[in-house]
Design a protein around this ligand. Structure first.
Ligand code: NDP
Length: 471
Protein backbone atom coordinates (compact mmCIF):
# COMPACT_ATOMS: atom_id res chain seq x y z
CA UNK A 1 0.00 0.00 0.00
CA UNK A 2 1.57 3.25 -1.15
CA UNK A 3 0.94 6.71 0.27
CA UNK A 4 -0.68 9.59 -1.60
CA UNK A 5 1.53 12.45 -0.36
CA UNK A 6 5.15 12.83 0.69
CA UNK A 7 6.83 15.58 2.68
CA UNK A 8 10.51 16.29 3.20
CA UNK A 9 11.70 18.57 6.02
CA UNK A 10 10.29 17.92 9.46
CA UNK A 11 10.92 21.26 11.18
CA UNK A 12 8.03 23.31 12.59
CA UNK A 13 6.23 23.93 9.29
CA UNK A 14 6.74 20.46 7.83
CA UNK A 15 5.52 18.60 10.92
CA UNK A 16 2.38 20.69 11.22
CA UNK A 17 1.54 20.39 7.52
CA UNK A 18 1.93 16.60 7.69
CA UNK A 19 -0.47 16.43 10.65
CA UNK A 20 -2.93 18.64 8.78
CA UNK A 21 -2.75 16.47 5.63
CA UNK A 22 -3.13 13.26 7.66
CA UNK A 23 -6.14 14.67 9.52
CA UNK A 24 -7.83 15.15 6.16
CA UNK A 25 -7.62 11.45 5.35
CA UNK A 26 -4.53 11.39 3.11
CA UNK A 27 -1.75 8.89 3.78
CA UNK A 28 1.66 10.55 4.12
CA UNK A 29 5.31 9.52 3.86
CA UNK A 30 7.89 11.68 5.58
CA UNK A 31 11.66 12.09 5.30
CA UNK A 32 14.10 14.40 7.04
CA UNK A 33 17.89 14.74 6.54
CA UNK A 34 18.52 14.21 10.24
CA UNK A 35 16.88 10.91 11.23
CA UNK A 36 16.65 11.91 14.89
CA UNK A 37 14.02 14.50 14.04
CA UNK A 38 11.96 11.87 12.20
CA UNK A 39 12.17 9.52 15.21
CA UNK A 40 10.99 12.27 17.55
CA UNK A 41 8.10 13.18 15.29
CA UNK A 42 7.01 9.58 14.81
CA UNK A 43 7.04 8.82 18.52
CA UNK A 44 5.26 12.07 19.34
CA UNK A 45 2.42 13.71 17.46
CA UNK A 46 2.57 11.45 14.41
CA UNK A 47 1.76 8.38 16.49
CA UNK A 48 -1.34 6.46 15.40
CA UNK A 49 -1.84 8.55 12.26
CA UNK A 50 -1.56 7.50 8.61
CA UNK A 51 2.07 8.66 8.52
CA UNK A 52 4.99 6.49 7.36
CA UNK A 53 8.59 7.34 8.27
CA UNK A 54 11.29 6.75 5.67
CA UNK A 55 15.04 7.11 6.09
CA UNK A 56 16.45 7.63 2.59
CA UNK A 57 15.30 9.50 -0.52
CA UNK A 58 15.06 6.17 -2.33
CA UNK A 59 12.84 4.59 0.33
CA UNK A 60 10.79 7.79 0.51
CA UNK A 61 10.12 7.94 -3.24
CA UNK A 62 9.39 4.21 -3.43
CA UNK A 63 6.70 4.57 -0.74
CA UNK A 64 4.57 6.95 -2.85
CA UNK A 65 1.79 6.40 -5.40
CA UNK A 66 2.43 7.66 -8.94
CA UNK A 67 2.43 10.37 -10.09
CA UNK A 68 4.17 11.22 -6.85
CA UNK A 69 3.26 14.38 -5.00
CA UNK A 70 6.23 15.47 -2.92
CA UNK A 71 6.36 18.63 -0.87
CA UNK A 72 9.65 20.08 0.33
CA UNK A 73 9.60 22.19 3.52
CA UNK A 74 13.26 22.99 4.14
CA UNK A 75 15.29 26.14 4.62
CA UNK A 76 15.11 28.36 1.54
CA UNK A 77 18.17 28.53 -0.72
CA UNK A 78 20.77 25.79 -1.30
CA UNK A 79 18.89 23.27 0.85
CA UNK A 80 16.06 23.16 -1.71
CA UNK A 81 18.53 22.46 -4.54
CA UNK A 82 20.24 19.80 -2.40
CA UNK A 83 16.95 18.02 -1.70
CA UNK A 84 15.89 18.17 -5.37
CA UNK A 85 19.26 16.72 -6.42
CA UNK A 86 18.83 13.85 -3.94
CA UNK A 87 15.31 13.10 -5.12
CA UNK A 88 15.81 13.34 -8.86
CA UNK A 89 17.51 9.99 -9.52
CA UNK A 90 14.49 8.15 -8.06
CA UNK A 91 11.68 10.09 -9.70
CA UNK A 92 9.66 9.17 -12.80
CA UNK A 93 8.17 11.26 -15.57
CA UNK A 94 5.23 13.37 -14.42
CA UNK A 95 6.07 13.29 -10.71
CA UNK A 96 5.40 16.56 -8.91
CA UNK A 97 7.71 18.42 -6.56
CA UNK A 98 6.19 21.23 -4.51
CA UNK A 99 8.49 23.69 -2.77
CA UNK A 100 6.47 25.14 0.11
CA UNK A 101 9.29 27.16 1.67
CA UNK A 102 10.00 30.87 1.31
CA UNK A 103 12.11 30.52 -1.84
CA UNK A 104 13.10 33.56 -3.86
CA UNK A 105 10.85 33.62 -6.93
CA UNK A 106 13.67 33.68 -9.46
CA UNK A 107 15.14 30.51 -7.90
CA UNK A 108 11.70 28.96 -8.42
CA UNK A 109 11.69 30.13 -12.05
CA UNK A 110 15.05 28.38 -12.58
CA UNK A 111 14.01 25.16 -10.80
CA UNK A 112 10.70 25.00 -12.69
CA UNK A 113 12.50 25.23 -16.04
CA UNK A 114 15.12 22.64 -15.04
CA UNK A 115 12.59 20.12 -13.76
CA UNK A 116 10.12 20.63 -16.60
CA UNK A 117 12.97 19.98 -19.04
CA UNK A 118 13.46 16.66 -17.20
CA UNK A 119 9.74 15.86 -17.69
CA UNK A 120 9.03 16.47 -14.02
CA UNK A 121 6.47 18.96 -12.73
CA UNK A 122 7.27 21.71 -10.27
CA UNK A 123 5.10 23.87 -8.05
CA UNK A 124 6.56 26.79 -6.10
CA UNK A 125 4.01 27.38 -3.38
CA UNK A 126 3.89 30.18 -0.83
CA UNK A 127 2.60 28.95 2.53
CA UNK A 128 1.48 31.45 5.13
CA UNK A 129 0.06 31.21 8.60
CA UNK A 130 3.06 30.09 10.65
CA UNK A 131 2.91 27.02 12.80
CA UNK A 132 -0.79 27.24 13.60
CA UNK A 133 -1.78 27.93 9.99
CA UNK A 134 0.21 24.91 8.83
CA UNK A 135 -1.54 22.72 11.42
CA UNK A 136 -5.14 23.92 11.04
CA UNK A 137 -5.36 25.70 7.69
CA UNK A 138 -2.78 27.88 5.93
CA UNK A 139 -3.23 30.24 3.01
CA UNK A 140 -1.57 28.59 0.01
CA UNK A 141 -0.17 30.36 -3.04
CA UNK A 142 0.85 27.75 -5.65
CA UNK A 143 2.47 28.65 -8.97
CA UNK A 144 4.48 26.69 -11.54
CA UNK A 145 3.54 23.78 -13.83
CA UNK A 146 -0.14 24.44 -14.47
CA UNK A 147 -1.35 20.93 -15.25
CA UNK A 148 0.20 19.72 -11.99
CA UNK A 149 -2.11 22.00 -10.04
CA UNK A 150 -5.19 20.02 -11.03
CA UNK A 151 -3.60 16.94 -9.42
CA UNK A 152 -2.72 18.63 -6.12
CA UNK A 153 -5.84 20.81 -5.91
CA UNK A 154 -8.08 18.38 -3.94
CA UNK A 155 -5.45 17.91 -1.25
CA UNK A 156 -4.53 21.59 -1.05
CA UNK A 157 -8.18 22.67 -0.91
CA UNK A 158 -8.76 20.19 1.89
CA UNK A 159 -5.90 21.43 4.08
CA UNK A 160 -6.18 25.17 3.32
CA UNK A 161 -7.93 27.68 5.57
CA UNK A 162 -11.56 28.45 4.67
CA UNK A 163 -12.64 32.07 4.34
CA UNK A 164 -15.25 32.90 7.01
CA UNK A 165 -17.33 34.96 4.59
CA UNK A 166 -18.09 32.21 2.04
CA UNK A 167 -16.25 29.09 3.22
CA UNK A 168 -14.04 28.98 0.12
CA UNK A 169 -10.57 27.40 0.53
CA UNK A 170 -7.69 29.89 0.64
CA UNK A 171 -5.77 28.39 -2.28
CA UNK A 172 -5.69 29.20 -5.99
CA UNK A 173 -3.30 28.66 -8.88
CA UNK A 174 -1.39 31.93 -9.20
CA UNK A 175 0.57 31.64 -12.45
CA UNK A 176 3.54 29.96 -14.12
CA UNK A 177 7.12 29.72 -12.83
CA UNK A 178 7.80 31.71 -9.69
CA UNK A 179 4.38 33.42 -9.51
CA UNK A 180 3.33 31.67 -6.28
CA UNK A 181 6.52 32.55 -4.48
CA UNK A 182 6.32 36.09 -5.85
CA UNK A 183 2.88 36.51 -4.29
CA UNK A 184 4.13 35.06 -0.99
CA UNK A 185 7.03 37.52 -1.06
CA UNK A 186 4.63 40.46 -1.53
CA UNK A 187 2.35 39.02 1.18
CA UNK A 188 5.34 39.20 3.53
CA UNK A 189 6.20 42.74 2.39
CA UNK A 190 2.64 43.80 3.23
CA UNK A 191 2.99 41.96 6.54
CA UNK A 192 6.12 44.03 7.36
CA UNK A 193 4.19 47.23 6.57
CA UNK A 194 1.16 46.17 8.66
CA UNK A 195 3.40 45.37 11.64
CA UNK A 196 5.32 48.63 11.37
CA UNK A 197 2.12 50.69 11.07
CA UNK A 198 0.80 49.02 14.21
CA UNK A 199 4.13 49.59 16.02
CA UNK A 200 4.11 53.28 15.07
CA UNK A 201 0.50 53.60 16.27
CA UNK A 202 1.55 52.04 19.58
CA UNK A 203 4.51 54.46 19.84
CA UNK A 204 2.31 57.44 19.04
CA UNK A 205 -0.21 56.53 21.74
CA UNK A 206 2.53 55.74 24.23
CA UNK A 207 4.31 59.07 23.71
CA UNK A 208 1.13 61.12 23.85
CA UNK A 209 -1.32 59.65 26.33
CA UNK A 210 0.74 56.72 27.65
CA UNK A 211 -2.04 54.15 28.17
CA UNK A 212 -1.49 51.44 30.77
CA UNK A 213 -1.22 47.89 29.31
CA UNK A 214 -4.88 47.19 30.19
CA UNK A 215 -5.96 50.32 28.34
CA UNK A 216 -3.81 49.37 25.35
CA UNK A 217 -5.51 45.99 25.42
CA UNK A 218 -8.93 47.68 25.42
CA UNK A 219 -8.01 50.09 22.60
CA UNK A 220 -6.73 47.32 20.32
CA UNK A 221 -9.63 45.03 21.23
CA UNK A 222 -12.06 47.75 20.23
CA UNK A 223 -10.14 48.38 17.01
CA UNK A 224 -10.31 44.69 16.27
CA UNK A 225 -14.10 44.84 16.39
CA UNK A 226 -14.26 47.37 13.57
CA UNK A 227 -12.71 48.16 10.21
CA UNK A 228 -9.21 47.25 11.46
CA UNK A 229 -10.29 43.71 12.38
CA UNK A 230 -7.35 41.44 11.58
CA UNK A 231 -5.09 38.74 12.96
CA UNK A 232 -2.25 41.21 13.66
CA UNK A 233 -4.48 43.65 15.62
CA UNK A 234 -5.96 40.72 17.52
CA UNK A 235 -2.58 39.33 18.61
CA UNK A 236 -1.36 42.84 19.43
CA UNK A 237 -4.31 43.30 21.82
CA UNK A 238 -3.34 40.00 23.40
CA UNK A 239 0.34 40.88 23.69
CA UNK A 240 -0.51 43.69 26.18
CA UNK A 241 -2.06 41.19 28.59
CA UNK A 242 1.01 38.98 28.96
CA UNK A 243 3.16 39.32 32.10
CA UNK A 244 6.78 38.35 32.38
CA UNK A 245 7.23 35.23 34.55
CA UNK A 246 10.56 36.52 35.84
CA UNK A 247 9.71 40.09 36.86
CA UNK A 248 5.92 40.17 36.90
CA UNK A 249 6.03 43.25 34.64
CA UNK A 250 4.34 43.37 31.22
CA UNK A 251 6.41 41.09 29.00
CA UNK A 252 6.35 43.63 26.15
CA UNK A 253 8.32 46.10 28.28
CA UNK A 254 11.03 43.49 28.85
CA UNK A 255 11.60 42.79 25.15
CA UNK A 256 14.66 44.39 23.52
CA UNK A 257 13.68 46.83 20.76
CA UNK A 258 15.70 45.18 17.98
CA UNK A 259 13.57 43.73 15.16
CA UNK A 260 14.77 40.65 13.29
CA UNK A 261 14.08 39.78 9.68
CA UNK A 262 14.60 36.89 7.34
CA UNK A 263 14.64 38.87 4.10
CA UNK A 264 11.27 38.57 2.39
CA UNK A 265 10.41 42.24 3.12
CA UNK A 266 13.75 43.32 1.72
CA UNK A 267 13.21 41.19 -1.41
CA UNK A 268 9.83 42.87 -1.92
CA UNK A 269 11.37 46.35 -1.85
CA UNK A 270 14.34 45.32 -3.98
CA UNK A 271 12.20 43.76 -6.67
CA UNK A 272 9.68 46.61 -6.57
CA UNK A 273 12.49 49.02 -7.38
CA UNK A 274 13.77 46.70 -10.12
CA UNK A 275 10.42 46.61 -11.91
CA UNK A 276 9.42 50.20 -11.16
CA UNK A 277 6.54 49.88 -8.70
CA UNK A 278 6.54 52.26 -5.72
CA UNK A 279 6.10 50.56 -2.31
CA UNK A 280 7.22 53.31 0.10
CA UNK A 281 5.32 51.98 3.13
CA UNK A 282 6.86 48.52 2.77
CA UNK A 283 10.32 50.02 2.28
CA UNK A 284 9.83 52.26 5.33
CA UNK A 285 9.00 49.14 7.33
CA UNK A 286 12.17 47.36 6.15
CA UNK A 287 14.26 50.46 6.95
CA UNK A 288 12.63 50.75 10.38
CA UNK A 289 13.68 47.18 11.22
CA UNK A 290 17.24 47.95 10.11
CA UNK A 291 17.33 51.17 12.19
CA UNK A 292 15.95 49.29 15.19
CA UNK A 293 18.73 46.73 14.93
CA UNK A 294 21.32 49.54 15.42
CA UNK A 295 20.44 49.60 19.12
CA UNK A 296 23.89 50.42 20.50
CA UNK A 297 24.48 53.24 18.05
CA UNK A 298 21.02 54.67 18.72
CA UNK A 299 21.67 54.62 22.44
CA UNK A 300 24.90 56.57 21.90
CA UNK A 301 23.20 59.03 19.55
CA UNK A 302 20.37 59.58 22.05
CA UNK A 303 22.94 61.11 24.42
CA UNK A 304 24.07 63.58 21.74
CA UNK A 305 21.02 64.42 19.63
CA UNK A 306 17.80 65.71 21.12
CA UNK A 307 14.29 66.22 19.77
CA UNK A 308 11.46 68.64 20.54
CA UNK A 309 10.31 69.09 24.12
CA UNK A 310 6.62 69.38 23.22
CA UNK A 311 4.01 67.81 25.43
CA UNK A 312 0.81 66.48 23.98
CA UNK A 313 -2.00 68.81 25.02
CA UNK A 314 -5.13 67.53 23.25
CA UNK A 315 -7.60 65.13 24.76
CA UNK A 316 -7.17 61.35 24.92
CA UNK A 317 -10.21 60.44 22.85
CA UNK A 318 -9.08 62.64 19.98
CA UNK A 319 -5.64 61.05 19.64
CA UNK A 320 -6.96 57.49 19.97
CA UNK A 321 -9.50 58.15 17.21
CA UNK A 322 -6.90 59.89 15.03
CA UNK A 323 -4.38 57.05 15.37
CA UNK A 324 -7.09 54.54 14.50
CA UNK A 325 -7.97 56.52 11.36
CA UNK A 326 -4.30 57.02 10.45
CA UNK A 327 -3.64 53.31 10.86
CA UNK A 328 -6.58 52.33 8.66
CA UNK A 329 -5.92 54.88 5.91
CA UNK A 330 -2.20 54.01 5.92
CA UNK A 331 -3.03 50.32 5.74
CA UNK A 332 -5.21 50.91 2.69
CA UNK A 333 -2.32 52.76 1.01
CA UNK A 334 0.08 49.97 1.85
CA UNK A 335 -2.26 47.33 0.35
CA UNK A 336 -2.72 49.59 -2.67
CA UNK A 337 1.07 49.54 -3.11
CA UNK A 338 1.29 45.76 -2.65
CA UNK A 339 -1.53 45.03 -5.08
CA UNK A 340 -0.02 47.39 -7.64
CA UNK A 341 3.33 45.69 -7.27
CA UNK A 342 1.58 42.41 -8.14
CA UNK A 343 -0.09 44.05 -11.13
CA UNK A 344 3.25 45.38 -12.34
CA UNK A 345 4.99 42.01 -11.77
CA UNK A 346 2.22 40.23 -13.61
CA UNK A 347 2.92 42.41 -16.67
CA UNK A 348 6.70 42.17 -16.30
CA UNK A 349 6.87 38.39 -15.90
CA UNK A 350 3.69 37.45 -17.80
CA UNK A 351 2.14 35.82 -14.72
CA UNK A 352 -1.43 36.69 -15.69
CA UNK A 353 -2.41 37.12 -12.04
CA UNK A 354 -5.98 37.57 -10.88
CA UNK A 355 -5.71 40.20 -8.13
CA UNK A 356 -9.23 39.54 -6.81
CA UNK A 357 -8.39 35.85 -6.45
CA UNK A 358 -5.14 36.65 -4.64
CA UNK A 359 -6.90 39.01 -2.20
CA UNK A 360 -9.52 36.32 -1.64
CA UNK A 361 -6.98 33.62 -0.66
CA UNK A 362 -5.44 36.01 1.88
CA UNK A 363 -8.78 36.32 3.69
CA UNK A 364 -7.99 33.47 6.09
CA UNK A 365 -5.09 31.34 7.27
CA UNK A 366 -2.32 33.85 6.62
CA UNK A 367 -0.67 36.46 8.83
CA UNK A 368 -2.19 39.44 6.99
CA UNK A 369 -5.75 38.09 7.12
CA UNK A 370 -8.06 41.01 7.76
CA UNK A 371 -11.56 42.29 7.19
CA UNK A 372 -10.03 44.71 4.69
CA UNK A 373 -9.28 41.78 2.37
CA UNK A 374 -13.00 41.11 1.88
CA UNK A 375 -13.31 44.66 0.57
CA UNK A 376 -10.20 44.33 -1.62
CA UNK A 377 -11.57 41.09 -3.06
CA UNK A 378 -14.86 42.84 -3.84
CA UNK A 379 -13.10 45.84 -5.39
CA UNK A 380 -11.16 43.66 -7.87
CA UNK A 381 -14.13 41.36 -8.51
CA UNK A 382 -16.18 44.35 -9.61
CA UNK A 383 -13.34 45.80 -11.68
CA UNK A 384 -10.42 43.46 -12.46
CA UNK A 385 -8.35 46.18 -14.18
CA UNK A 386 -8.67 48.67 -11.31
CA UNK A 387 -5.57 50.88 -11.69
CA UNK A 388 -5.25 51.48 -7.94
CA UNK A 389 -7.29 50.51 -4.87
CA UNK A 390 -7.58 54.20 -3.99
CA UNK A 391 -9.74 54.65 -7.08
CA UNK A 392 -12.35 52.15 -5.89
CA UNK A 393 -15.36 54.13 -4.60
CA UNK A 394 -15.39 52.42 -1.20
CA UNK A 395 -11.67 52.88 -0.55
CA UNK A 396 -11.75 56.43 -1.89
CA UNK A 397 -14.39 57.26 0.68
CA UNK A 398 -12.59 55.37 3.47
CA UNK A 399 -9.38 57.34 2.94
CA UNK A 400 -10.86 60.74 2.14
CA UNK A 401 -13.15 60.68 5.16
CA UNK A 402 -10.18 59.97 7.44
CA UNK A 403 -7.83 62.47 5.87
CA UNK A 404 -8.05 65.19 8.52
CA UNK A 405 -7.40 62.89 11.47
CA UNK A 406 -4.72 60.96 9.53
CA UNK A 407 -2.87 64.26 8.96
CA UNK A 408 -3.42 65.23 12.59
CA UNK A 409 -1.86 61.95 13.80
CA UNK A 410 1.18 62.28 11.50
CA UNK A 411 1.58 65.98 12.37
CA UNK A 412 1.49 65.12 16.07
CA UNK A 413 4.18 62.48 15.53
CA UNK A 414 6.37 65.01 13.73
CA UNK A 415 5.79 67.70 16.37
CA UNK A 416 6.68 65.38 19.19
CA UNK A 417 9.64 63.83 17.39
CA UNK A 418 8.13 60.32 17.25
CA UNK A 419 9.43 58.38 14.22
CA UNK A 420 6.42 57.48 12.07
CA UNK A 421 8.09 56.55 8.79
CA UNK A 422 5.44 54.09 7.59
CA UNK A 423 2.39 56.21 8.57
CA UNK A 424 3.95 59.21 6.82
CA UNK A 425 5.14 57.15 3.82
CA UNK A 426 1.54 56.08 3.25
CA UNK A 427 0.35 59.67 3.53
CA UNK A 428 3.04 60.88 1.11
CA UNK A 429 2.07 58.09 -1.29
CA UNK A 430 -1.54 59.22 -1.14
CA UNK A 431 -0.52 62.84 -1.67
CA UNK A 432 1.77 62.00 -4.59
CA UNK A 433 -0.73 59.66 -6.24
CA UNK A 434 -3.52 62.24 -6.07
CA UNK A 435 -1.26 65.03 -7.45
CA UNK A 436 -1.79 65.99 -11.07
CA UNK A 437 1.43 67.92 -10.77
CA UNK A 438 4.67 66.81 -9.10
CA UNK A 439 7.95 68.73 -8.93
CA UNK A 440 9.56 66.33 -11.38
CA UNK A 441 9.83 69.21 -13.86
CA UNK A 442 12.69 70.46 -11.68
CA UNK A 443 14.30 67.00 -11.58
CA UNK A 444 14.17 66.90 -15.38
CA UNK A 445 15.69 70.39 -15.58
CA UNK A 446 18.53 69.34 -13.26
CA UNK A 447 19.13 66.13 -15.21
CA UNK A 448 19.23 68.03 -18.45
CA UNK A 449 21.49 70.71 -16.89
CA UNK A 450 24.23 68.34 -15.71
CA UNK A 451 23.85 65.41 -18.04
CA UNK A 452 22.02 66.58 -21.16
CA UNK A 453 19.39 63.94 -20.37
CA UNK A 454 16.73 65.98 -22.25
CA UNK A 455 13.14 66.71 -21.21
CA UNK A 456 9.63 66.77 -22.64
CA UNK A 457 7.51 69.93 -22.74
CA UNK A 458 3.95 70.52 -21.56
CA UNK A 459 2.99 72.36 -24.73
CA UNK A 460 4.67 70.47 -27.59
CA UNK A 461 5.57 66.83 -28.14
CA UNK A 462 9.17 65.81 -28.74
CA UNK A 463 12.41 65.71 -26.78
CA UNK A 464 14.30 68.88 -25.88
CA UNK A 465 17.62 69.99 -24.52
CA UNK A 466 18.42 73.49 -23.26
CA UNK A 467 21.68 75.27 -23.04
CA UNK A 468 21.24 76.02 -19.35
CA UNK A 469 24.37 78.09 -18.83
CA UNK A 470 23.23 80.62 -21.38
CA UNK A 471 20.92 83.04 -19.58
P1 NDP B 1 13.65 25.87 8.78
O1 NDP B 1 13.59 26.98 7.80
O2 NDP B 1 14.25 26.14 10.11
O3 NDP B 1 14.41 24.64 8.09
C1 NDP B 1 14.72 23.47 8.80
C2 NDP B 1 14.52 22.24 7.94
O4 NDP B 1 15.35 22.32 6.78
C3 NDP B 1 14.92 20.98 8.66
O5 NDP B 1 14.04 19.94 8.30
C4 NDP B 1 16.32 20.74 8.11
O6 NDP B 1 16.74 19.40 8.21
C5 NDP B 1 16.13 21.13 6.68
N1 NDP B 1 17.38 21.40 5.99
C6 NDP B 1 18.20 22.47 6.14
N2 NDP B 1 19.25 22.38 5.32
C7 NDP B 1 19.12 21.22 4.62
C8 NDP B 1 19.86 20.58 3.59
N3 NDP B 1 21.00 21.13 3.11
N4 NDP B 1 19.42 19.41 3.10
C9 NDP B 1 18.28 18.87 3.58
N5 NDP B 1 17.51 19.42 4.53
C10 NDP B 1 17.92 20.59 5.05
O7 NDP B 1 12.17 25.25 9.00
P2 NDP B 1 10.73 25.91 9.08
O8 NDP B 1 9.80 24.78 9.34
O9 NDP B 1 10.69 27.09 9.98
O10 NDP B 1 10.47 26.46 7.61
C11 NDP B 1 10.51 25.65 6.45
C12 NDP B 1 10.30 26.55 5.24
O11 NDP B 1 9.03 27.20 5.35
C13 NDP B 1 11.32 27.68 5.11
O12 NDP B 1 11.57 27.96 3.77
C14 NDP B 1 10.62 28.85 5.75
O13 NDP B 1 11.11 30.10 5.30
C15 NDP B 1 9.18 28.61 5.32
N6 NDP B 1 8.15 29.19 6.17
C16 NDP B 1 8.28 29.22 7.52
C17 NDP B 1 7.29 29.77 8.32
C18 NDP B 1 7.43 29.79 9.80
O14 NDP B 1 6.54 30.40 10.45
N7 NDP B 1 8.43 29.17 10.39
C19 NDP B 1 6.07 30.32 7.73
C20 NDP B 1 5.99 30.16 6.30
C21 NDP B 1 7.00 29.64 5.57
P3 NDP B 1 17.59 18.89 9.49
O15 NDP B 1 16.57 18.52 10.52
O16 NDP B 1 18.34 17.74 8.95
O17 NDP B 1 18.47 20.03 9.93
Amino acid sequence: QKNSFGLIGLAVMGQNLVLNVADHGFSVSVYNRTAERTHEFMSGEAKNKKITATYSPKEFVASLERPRIIQIMVKAGGAVDAVIAELKPWLDEGDIIIDGGNSYFSDTERRTKELESNKLRYIGMGVSGGEEGARFGPSLMPGGTKEAYALIEPLMSAIAAKAPEDGLPCVAYIGHGGAGHYVKMVHNGIEYADMQLIAESYALLKSTINPAPEEFHEIFTEWNNGELSSFLIEITAFIFTKSDDKTGRPLLEMILDKAGQKGTGKWTSQNAIDIGAPVPTITAAVDARILSSMKKERQEASKILSGPKNNYADERGKIIAAVRDALYASKICSYAQGMNLLKRASEEYGYNMDLGEIASIWRAGCIIRAKLLDDITRAYRSRSDLPNLLLDAGFKHAVQSRQASWRFAVKTAFELGIPAAALSASLAYFDAYRSGFLPANLIQAQRDYFGAHTFERIDTSGVFHANWKEK
